[in-house]
Design a binder for this molecule. Sequence first.
Ligand code: NG1
Ligand code: ZN
Length: 558
Amino acid sequence: MNEKQQTRLLESSSRFSPPPGVRLSYGTAGFRADASLLHSTVFRIGILAALRSLKTKSVIGLMITASHNKVSDNGVKIADPSGGMLSQHWEPFADALANAPDSQHLLQLIDEFVKKENIALEGRSAEVLLGRDTRPSGEALLEAAKQGIGSITGAVAVDMGVLTTPQLHWMVRARNKGIKVTEADYYDQLSSSFRCLIDLTPQGSEFNKMNEKLIVDGANGVGGEKLVVLKKILNDLDIEIRNFDKGGVLNEGVGADYVQKEKVVPRGFGPPDVGMRCASLDGDADRLVYFSVLSNASDKIDLVDGDKILSLFALYIKDQLTVLNKVEGDKENKSYQASLGVVQTAYANGASTDYLKHAGLEVVLTPTGVKYLHEKAAEYDIGIYFEANGHGTILFSDGFLHWLEGRSAELALTSKGTEQEMATLRLLAVSKLINQAVGDALSGLLLVEAILQHMGWSIQRWNELYNDFPSRQLKVKVLDRTAVVTTNAETVVVKPLGIQERINAETAKYPRGRCFIRPSGTEDVIRVYAEANTEEAADKLATSVAQLVDQFLGFGGS
Ligand code: NG1
Ligand code: ZN
């Protein structure tokens, strides 16, 4: 690093001292904390983003959001050139940067890292796209990020404004593929591929007769605002958007996280008619769940979670592949045996996993965290992943898309209007509608709506695909959550010794019992998940395992 660069870094970093006594770590969702603690962290992640751009010779994204967390929190995460999460290989550097005690240590860290990674600092340009959600703290943090980026010579920050997290990831991915990336381009791609799917709905689908409009809870955040824009473009789409403009507090009693965990109607939602199709987004619109209200007398809902969205997508894609691969008469088989994989975590309801396997799908489990699910899904020609909480997407391999385009063009010449040709067009439209960078509530919502129309299904029919097993989640505060070490996609504890045997013994007491514990990546707790044949049994199993955790690791333990 030359002297001019050193002076520049020292000068700017002296304006952003880290808060004393705070240790942050780049978890599954980047850095998250009370917004007042984050200025130096965001400044430093600005530096990291610029270095990442130099290293990869690509455009990088930096998003300021704390997703479904309370409004006083904020956070920062990086989008890599593919639009996915920051390479895990750089996470320790992010941790070290955030926790460097002063400017001198910071400079030394950067200097060592630049040498180790062989990053050429001079004579190069770097570009970082910035986005933020609607949190009031976002503007000042964005300024800190700009200063961090600006302290690396040749690095440029491009402020894309208030965005959903998936919009920013989409833009980074598109930019690195050489495509234009204004926000309007995002809406164009989503709306045109959605229209295309609707136009391919089979004749005689009974959807319109039996389905009223969709009501959406915008979590009092950015997703609701953006959906208003989409609704204007797709003026034939019957959507009513609530919780986005009446001054309600972001994520407070609203949003996908609240609805999924509490299983009640979001606050300020008014009384939607019983049985109507409703959806809920989270604070940065990367999670989506559906629900319907059970009765006028209570706020209880029937939840249609990420597992069921995954099941709907998987079923539809599998149907299209089956049509595509049908060989008629003795015609030459021009099919491409596309591999289709479904990726879940241990939090997926056991009934969903059973259902998917019975439907003949290949199902694999990974540890919690989008980076693991995404990486696994990318191993297939079509990989579909979802977390139960509503974060997920569909990935298509370049090879398969290339083949599909060719096949579609060929069928357009030889067999236009056949089911096979339509199957190719549908799959191509799905690949454009779905956000392949990261889970996206807006694009996911449009795909759900298009598939329900295709199937002619109400939300009730969709929900009947299978019945969830009763489940319960608890969290336990412990002295040191890193004392729990797991294996087999977090379903088995290897440390502390002896606890897994005790969990097994508890679980065996309940018909259909399933239970696991793991340290949270975003909160200082151990999470307990239990499933059993009744609500009471799931509650009891979770409670007794939570007591075990407390005995082994809690403040009351030895
Ligand atoms: P942790 O805190 O590691 O359980 C939570 C969610 C994840 C994921 C991340 C990132 C659960 C049980 N866990 O992780 O699925 O969404 O936050 O936001 O919902
Ligand atoms: Zn989110």
